[in-house]
Design a protein around this ligand. Sequence first.
Ligand SMILES: C[S@@+](CC[C@H](N)C(=O)[O-])C[C@H]1O[C@@H](n2cnc3c(N)ncnc32)[C@H](O)[C@@H]1O
Length: 397
Amino acid sequence: MGPVRVLELYSGIGGMHQALTESCISAEVVAAVDVNTVANEVYKHNFPSTPLWAKTIEGITLTELNRLSFDMILMSPPCQPFTRIGLQGDVSDPRTNSFLYILDILPRLQRLPKYILLENVKGFETSSARDKLVETLKKCGFKYQEFLLSPTCLGIPNSRLRYFLIAKLQSELFSFQTPGQILENFPDQEPKASVKHRVAAGLEKESCFMPPKEEYIDPNSGSDGGSGQCSQKEAFVFKLETAKEMEKKWNQDSNLSIQMLKDFLEEDGEEMSQYFLPPKALLRYAFLLDIVTPSCRRSTCFTKGYSHYVEGTGSVLQTAEDVQLQSVFKSIEMLSEEEKLMKLSTLKLRYFTPREVANLHGFPPEFGFPDKITMKQRYRLLGNSLNVLITPAHNHG
Ligand SMILES: C[S@@+](CC[C@H](N)C(=O)[O-])C[C@H]1O[C@@H](n2cnc3c(N)ncnc32)[C@H](O)[C@@H]1O
């Protein structure tokens, strides 16, 4: 049997292709399809021998698809129609049209693919698009399994909860026995991390870090270890953070099954100066930043607006590790702008570099960007991409 013939739809910078490569399955991407010219440049740079179709998915004809004769579809359709902050247009959002086109064409293919893998945001699982997908899969005779997974399950210190669906034709062996259930972990799995990033200590301790709710402080229960801070509902302790939020972060940082961020960072050098937060951003947004240090075992999801928008787009790194965050923020609102800035500057806050975001997303060191791709474009593309190591294509060949 020859290599598995793979069709990669919505290929972007090739996160799915990279996951496939890392899985070591004998496979060949016979076509990758995306309309984004910048993403396509990056894709070509990393996978120069893969046929890249720079066109819309709706523009591919049934004849063209039949001719490709593929065994597997990998796809990450646009997620904006399903995000909680978006308008949740779902199937009525025009950005879902190409996906509906795929669902329409699938049953009409001369030969059905044996395997399908889809990735999307949390929120997709309750959408009509998902219901249509499942309906189509059943009609075509596929078995399927759904997952909600975050890289933290693999010991990676980055939260990026995503929906995955894997489907196999009935005739193929399928190891999942929980139809109708969304799995929040790989059933048979110990935590994994890439060999390069693996830390020896503590990896075997917990198989998946989904902090149980009871681990957080309930602000109303008073079970906060005696500090009493939580009796006041949602009171800020410092930096607009409640005791509950601080406790959650503390729990994450204490979870030894997760690696420290330092394993994913680039070495300090002169070129790092471009990543430091400018004074204006420090003054305006300091209270909204999620600040982590190299020894933290967590970071928030890096989105496409990272470094451009500050709130909720990803953590920033405090490089002055010996400075106490709490002491910097204590009574800071009483200070003049100049004094505030002086205090905040002691933290030496910088953005994660695109390379570091790529590391946290599981891209190997040899994955790169053409020189002409700007820093903002790199963040944008990485934010749109996926974690290579978490994809079931990587984990369940
Ligand atoms: C969520 S991103 C997928 C990213 C990809 N998995 C990666 O690793 O970079 C969605 C991609 O779909 C592309 N796209 C959106 N609508 C499309 C369409 N109708 N036809 C082709 N590509 C489309 C976008 O340009 C974007 O790159």
